[in-house]
Design a protein around this ligand. Sequence first.
Ligand code: FES
Length: 188
Amino acid sequence: MIQKGTSRAADAESQTVPPDGRPINDQPRWRRDFPIDWAQDEYISHRDLVKFMVLTSAAFVAGQLFIVLKSLFGGQEAAAPALPVARVSELAVGAAKTFHYPAGSPPRLLIRTGEAEFVAYDQQCTHLLCPVVPAYEQGKLHCPCHNGWFDLHTGQPLAGPPRRPLPRISLEVRDGTVYATGVEGGNA
Ligand code: FES
């Protein structure tokens, strides 16, 4: 008996007729958005859920696209103007000098690797930020804290705990002076 009554009530809920008697699709928007019947209400909930998922998926895809484009075209951060960091005559081949670029940055390390060749990196090890030192004869940079090693010519990690390359400073040599012109790989 009770089951019959419940079933009848459920049928009644799914058969509500709008006051003007017209089909649901001809009803005003507000009535469709706030239905009386459970079935219609669940339909709206599912539609809203799908809408929500589509919007969040689109936002996620847009975010990923931004990251990809930034990594493709935004690898070099060169907001600061060029800064003279050393005279060419100041450093013998194999010698190094620290500087800050841009102003207030962590220490950078300029190393003369040949008659007309220089490289510069962030001096902080990418493992736990200890200062790296050049091991010019070995063609490497050494981090004494945990015996980490980097390639002197590329900044790539070679051995020990570091897994990420040292951020590199772009350089230009003009009129006997070495200029820092940008930071590659973050940590500007
Ligand atoms: S801080 Fe450089 S190897 Fe650990």
